[in-house]
Design a protein around this ligand. Structure first.
Ligand code: ZN
Length: 275
């Protein structure tokens, strides 16, 4: 792909989804509305009319532990799956109203957002977005985990996940990602976690909305329940990576390689790339 611009799109009509937040467990309704060309993706707290809408950009990230929060205490938590779905469907301009502090977990994946967006349909808009194409390698590292972005003609992701469950071992995904492939093969991959970590998270007041319906649990013997893909955890990591890197607000032409990483490192890489 040459470095020509990418077309902008928004939704043709409103999309409304309801569910509970994975961490808060609180019921919430999200309304996604069309937005003008050049607006990007913004989120607003419908329950806090005085709070300013927050841009889905890396500069708005206030927390990246176990999910991405934009805009602090008056902002919105766990935005990454909706953002990944917007990327997958090709939505670049969108206004999201949410009547709570966390987006709904739905089934723990990006698929329900993708389906709803596809049902509503897209409208092409004027103006193009220029890709971000790093000329040099950019990387971030914390202890043994790292993420590296190499110059490339288009977006490619390689993700290595070393699962502590001996039955599952190491999972590797390497994909030249296009939108159709993302929607089909990556968006349905659910949030996952180790059973013993889930208990610790609950003790810390997190994961209150996590259930068998919206998360894939992993125990010492492997998956508890039926995975949607044999390598569902690695696929979900790629989904999270795409949602997080979409905060660049531009298409990324790079080969991103991640080892044992998560939201915090994805966001740190995005900050360097945006830098
Ligand atoms: Zn996720």
């Amino acid at each position: 792909m040459t470095a020509t611009g990418h077309a902008q799109h928004t939704l043709r009509e409103l999309v409304t989804l309801s569910g509970v937040g994975v961490h808060s467990g609180a019921p919430v309704t999200v309304v996604c509305r069309p937005a003008p060309a050049g607006a990007g993706i913004t989120l607003a707290r419908a329950d806090l009319p005085a709070a300013r809408p927050v841009a889905a950009r890396v500069a708005s990230v206030t927390d990246s532990t176990r999910g991405v929060t934009l805009g602090g205490s008056n902002g919105v938590r766990t935005v990454e799956h909706l953002l990944a779905a917007a990327w997958g469907v090709g939505i670049t301009n969108l206004h999201v109203d949410v009547d709570g502090a966390e987006l709904p977990a739905l089934d723990g994946s990006a698929a329900p957002f993708c389906l709803a967006f596809e049902d509503a349909g897209l409208a092409e808009q004027d103006g193009v977005l220029d890709p971000l194409a790093p000329a040099e390698p950019v990387w971030v590292q914390r202890a043994s985990a790292w993420v590296l972005a190499l110059p490339a003609e288009r977006f490619r992701a390689t993700y290595i996940v070393a699962l502590s469950s001996a039955a599952l071992g190491i999972q590797v995904i390497d994909v030249e990602m296009d939108r159709r492939r993302f929607v089909r093969e990556f968006a349905p991959a659910r949030t996952w976690g180790f059973v013993e970590e889930l208990q610790a998270l609950r003790a810390a007041g997190l994961a209150r909305g996590a259930s068998e319906e919206n998360a894939l649990a992993i125990g010492p013997q492997g998956y508890i329940g039926t995975p949607r893909f044999v390598d569902e955890p690695a696929r979900h990591k790629v989904l999270d990576l795409i949602g997080d890197l979409s905060l660049l607000g531009r298409p990324l032409h790079a080969h991103v390689i991640a080892f044992g990483a998560g939201h915090a490192l994805h966001i740190e890489l995005a900050r360097r790339l945006a830098g």
